[in-house]
Ligand binder design. Sequence first.
Ligand SMILES: [Zn+2]
Length: 199
Amino acid sequence: MAQITQSVGRLIDELAKLPGIGRKSAERLAYHLLRVNKSEALGLSDAIRDVRENVRYCTQCYNLAEGELCTICGDVKRDAGQICVVEQPRDLMALEQAGVYRGRYHVLLGRLAPLDGIGPEQLTIDKLVERVRGGGVREIIMATNPTVEGDGTALYISNVLAEYPVQITRLARGITTGSVLEYTNKEVLADAMTGRQRL
Ligand SMILES: [Zn+2]
């Protein structure tokens, strides 16, 4: 096997750990980074450092934020009476791109998956209940993925919230069962939000 330098080998090893990047792609990326000019290559490492040092979870909704609150929680024009519950920040991004929702969000940072040992205490459900208990919330929109685990999570949360005077709705079934929000196109997501139904 051809000899590569130690640092090139290390870069390839690190790149190959990324999801969807096999060994061959990692090699291609590494050689690309060696070929482009230095500032371009270092721009990538700066961006990684920046994101890891400055980005954290919003203290209110667990979306990604660069301060205490994310841009949505910090926006007084967003309706605080509606909370849309999603699994991950990337689901929130997909819904934002659909452009029809003007309320707030709550990011669970996962979904209930008993077989993988993921129970309610590993998610941010307590914090959601706290927000509802705080008052001023009219509607909780369940936008977990239409999968067995996503549906189970929505059901669990709606049971937990049953004692509070909030309306609980679920995205309409325009989204194919088993599909994932982040890969669903904007129009379908917009329809699912507009046509949401009482759970
Ligand atoms: Zn937030």
